[in-house]
Design a protein around this ligand. Structure first.
Ligand code: GSH
Length: 205
């Protein structure tokens, strides 16, 4: 039996969260190694790409959240076996990754600089990606992105939509997703009620 240690930041979101949910859904025990930002900055240079998440499997470190999502998704039955459906799932995972990379540089900005950068983001890339993701959900049939059932694409999008709607991102209107891609709001609420997701958060309490 392999041992798993997932290192990520100590909050219920971001690139690590879909992996945590999938491990729980798979019934696979893993060490949920949660770091503060201060702890990360001390060890940042020691990580392969100066970033998290890092998954250690039997002590061997693996990076890149989407690669890890696919791996754990297969273990959890949350990744399509069909090649076309897997492609649809991957398209969403990579689009979410691109969107995160557009949001990332706005962290650390302050005051007016932050406001201008976030407004540009909202009008620009965030709108482009939210509309596009809404289209991908419609292509999948409206409920899920691929395979007519929850996959890692749904978990990653659920986490991202919840964050974008939460009000924690200054200057990102909490109704932006509703305005640009209302299907994603219903999707977030649908995935939140998935028994595996409910069980994960019940166990977190
Ligand atoms: N492509 C990488 C990106 C990883 C990444 O940018 N992680 C962020 C946190 S979600 C990070 O560690 N940022 C800290 C930094 O860049 O210093 C992945 O998908 O794992």
């Amino acid at each position: 039996m392999a041992t798993y240690k997932l290192t990520y930041f100590d909050f219920d979101g971001g690139r690590g969260e879909p992996i945590r949910i999938a491990f729980h859904a798979a019934g696979i025990a893993f060490e949920d190694n949660r770091l503060s930002f201060a702890q990360f900055s001390e060890m940042r240079q020691g990580t392969r790409f100066n970033s998290l998440p890092v998954l250690e499997i039997d002590g061997v470190a693996v990076t890149q959240s989407n690669a890890i999502c696919r791996y754990v998704g297969r273990l959890a039955g949350l990744y399509p076996a069909d090649d076309r459906q897997a492609l649809y799932c991957d398209e969403v995972l990579d689009a979410q990754e691109d969107l995160s990379h557009h949001i990332g540089p706005t962290f650390g900005l302050k005051g007016e600089e932050l406001r201008l950068a976030r407004e540009k983001l909202v009008q620009g890339w965030m709108s482009v990606y939210l509309r596009g993701l809404g289209q991908l959900l419609a292509r999948g049939g409206g409920k899920y992105f691929a395979d007519n059932r929850p996959t890692m694409a749904d978990l990653k999008t659920f986490v991202q939509t919840r964050w974008l709607r939460s009000g924690t991102l200054d200057h990102v209107p909490t109704d932006l997703v509703q305005k640009l891609a209302p299907g994603l709001v219903e999707h977030q609420e649908r995935v939140a009620k998935d028994p595996r997701v409910l069980a994960y958060y019940a166990a977190r309490r």
